[in-house]
Design a protein around this ligand. Structure first.
Ligand code: TXA
Ligand code: MG
Length: 343
């Protein structure tokens, strides 16, 4: 039966509304919910029709597999065939938290969730609303970030509304997410294990627990500031053209570019650390302040991109924030979001 497009309800994440949202999940509906990283767009991971609705709501290509969200380590066996000792060690250390592990898939998980792969991505989110929803729904919840495909991930319920209103049943609002960038995706089938996407749990944190961890080639090239052409496909991106400054004197080159563009009559938006705010305003930019430290930059980055989009600036400029710790995850997102990288 063809379903008419849902009337989206934006609801505060009270226990009553979480219970209602869990029923919607059980009935094959779509619920956007907060996690510690970004808002997710959730559906019953074992219900093919519900998963199909995720892909159409996001306009996401089916070749891009989803992360399955669980309420605890004990639920892993419902979606994974086995849990290698290293996975158990990582889960015990970092779950609930922003670490996604790639494990051998249970046949019960529809191929649509994993894009036909024999592996499944799983994580336990560190957010009381997400955990309560998964428990109440009594099923694993598949959830990509709750944005239109290619767009900036949502860190507030309002961001989700802006992208998916009329396409999902319920959006549970619990304010801003705290980490701000997506989870780290770790492939433990290789030796040493390999980070497929840098995120909330850093390479340094992983290495402290399991020794050497490598980063996929795609991301190594990012760290050199030399994105391969494929990396310039837009993802995590604002609608406005974005220029990223990397390498030596990035700060000075960025400021010079802002001055030139503003003099030429362009409206320039800048994502900036506290320490750069005054000088960029003086140069004529519309500035979104990301804060003073790397955790704050991660937390506010996507909100800043969306806010500058709304100011109708002609171009957004930003620089990298180093490569250690969360800096690498931020760099990865900035390189993907940028239309031009200047080194
Ligand atoms: O923090 C997060 O991870 C958020 C929140 C909602 O949990 N979710 C999220 O989902 O960012 P999404 O769909 O935007 O990104 C999922 C990532 C993609 O890069 C995908 O390629 C990877 O996980 N992935 C999923 N299943 C995989 C698998 N079996 N093997 C390798 N990579 C996989
Ligand atoms: Mg995403």
């Amino acid at each position: 039966m063809l379903k008419s497009p849902p009337m989206t309800e934006l609801l505060l994440a009270t226990s009553e509304n979480i219970a209602r949202a869990a029923q919607v999940i059980q009935n094959g509906g779509l619920v956007a919910f907060p996690t510690e990283t970004v808002y997710g767009l959730g559906a019953d991971a074992l219900n093919v029709e519900a998963i199909t609705r995720i892909f159409s709501a996001k306009e996401r290509p089916v070749a891009d597999p989803l992360i399955v969200h669980l309420s605890g380590l004990e639920q892993v066996s419902s979606v994974a065939r086995s849990t290698p000792p290293i996975a158990e060690k990582l889960a015990k250390t970092f779950w609930p938290g922003p670490l996604t592990l790639i494990l051998p898939k249970q046949p019960a998980v529809p191929g649509l969730v994993t894009s036909g792969l024999d592996t499944v991505a799983v994580r336990v989110p560190d957010h009381p609303v997400a955990l309560a929803l998964i428990r109440a729904a009594q099923c694993p919840i598949a959830a990509p970030s709750a944005n239109r495909f290619g767009h900036t991930s949502p860190t507030t319920a309002r961001h989700v509304w802006d992208d998916l209103q009329g396409r999902v049943d319920i959006i549970l609002d619990d304010g801003e997410t705290t980490v701000g960038v997506e989870s780290t995706v770790l492939d433990i089938s290789t030796s040493p294990p390999r980070i497929l996407r840098p995120g909330g749990i850093t390479q340094e944190m992983l290495e402290a627990v399991i020794g050497t961890v490598t980063i996929s080639r795609q991301h190594r090239s990012v760290t050199k500031g030399l994105p391969s052409p494929g990396m310039l496909k837009k993802h995590y991106a604002p609608h406005t053209e974005m220029v990223l400054f990397l390498g030596e004197n990035a700060r000075e080159r960025l400021i010079a570019e802002v001055k030139t563009a503003c003099t030429a009559g362009k409206l320039v938006g800048a994502l900036a650390l506290d320490e750069d705010v005054e000088i960029l305003k003086a140069a004529g930019a519309v500035v979104y302040t990301l804060g003073a430290d790397i955790a704050s930059v991660a937390r506010h980055l996507y909100a800043g991109m969306r806010w500058l989009d709304k100011q109708n600036v002609d171009v957004i400029v930003c620089r990298g924030f180093g490569e250690s710790g969360l800096g690498l995850a931020i760099l990865d997102r900035l390189v993907c979001a940028a239309t031009r990288v200047v080194t």
